[in-house]
Design a protein around this ligand. Sequence first.
Ligand code: PLP
Ligand code: COI
Length: 340
Amino acid sequence: MVKGIDWKNLGFGYTKTDYRYVSNFKDGKWNGGELIQDDLVHISECACVLQYAQTCFEGLKAYRTKENKIVCFRPDLNAERMMASAARLEMPQFPKERFLDAVKQVVKANIDWVPPYGSGASLYIRPFMFGSDAIMGVKPATEYQFRIIVSPVGPYFKGGMKPIVLRIPDFDRAAPLGTGHVKAGLNYAMSLHAIVDAHKQGFNENLYLDSGTRTKIEETGGANIIFVTKDNTVVTPKSNTILPSITRRSLMYVAEHYLGLKVEEREVYLEELSDFKECALCGTAAVLSPVGKINDHGKEILIPSGMEKTGEITQKLYNTLTGIQKGNIEAPKGWIFPIS
Ligand code: PLP
Ligand code: COI
């Protein structure tokens, strides 16, 4: 029985569900892993994650299709990205096959929490890993926990497809040779002050520049960005310091192969923003969220699609991507991972 939740009004928040998947790493190996009901984590007060933020995470979603099947979207890419994050943070890698099996187990165990087809909500899956034993000198932990929790969620930005406003912050997200390309908890810790400040000033999100030159567009705190030119080319920033978004990589494929559009992954300069006719954030949580305005230190860059409606290309991309994710449009081979 699907849970009786007011799905239409569900925001992007944490709801405790029945089961979580846990596997512990000790003496150089991962144990077998299990589903548990305890939502509390018991670790040393001196755990490496608490002292030195040794943690990385992932985010993906499970959807209910029209035929009432449960599917995930490209979880193999989340498994691979988490392995890259772990390597960069000197953590042991959780094997891809085990990651996929764990996703399947934890979604199946919480199947009643997967929102109904057509509700606008989905089941957010959050795999994460942290250094769990006591470390005082600055060095990696020797023991780790890999855990997957799930939570039903609605839109990341209140109002769903209502255009949002970004601002160019006076804070940087990622150093040129830092950790911007992996999903390290520390990238998000340092963005908290910037997002609280952005909200105080009335903006929805921060649009970070490259910290090396502060002239190029990177991404926001929790999503990549795409633009549409006046001649309908879909453009996205190329950078070594942004997270390689699975949604963005999929959208660029959809734009080219499903919609027949020209696509470009290239450096995008702050100075060119006023040349674009559409702009949107993309990510698992954000899906495709239209941007109406970008504020650069008081100078407003108005995106021609405006604050009232979604641009035509953005809407087509949204419809095609979500159609693929929910099983209504045929997916490229390997994109849909059946759970049940
Ligand atoms: N960029 C950042 C900083 C993110 O946190 C996320 C979310 O995962 C994304 C981009 C989007 O990535 P994906 O499409 O793989 O969810
Ligand atoms: C996601 O889209 O999965 C994210 O991780 C973004 C944000 C919630 C941190």
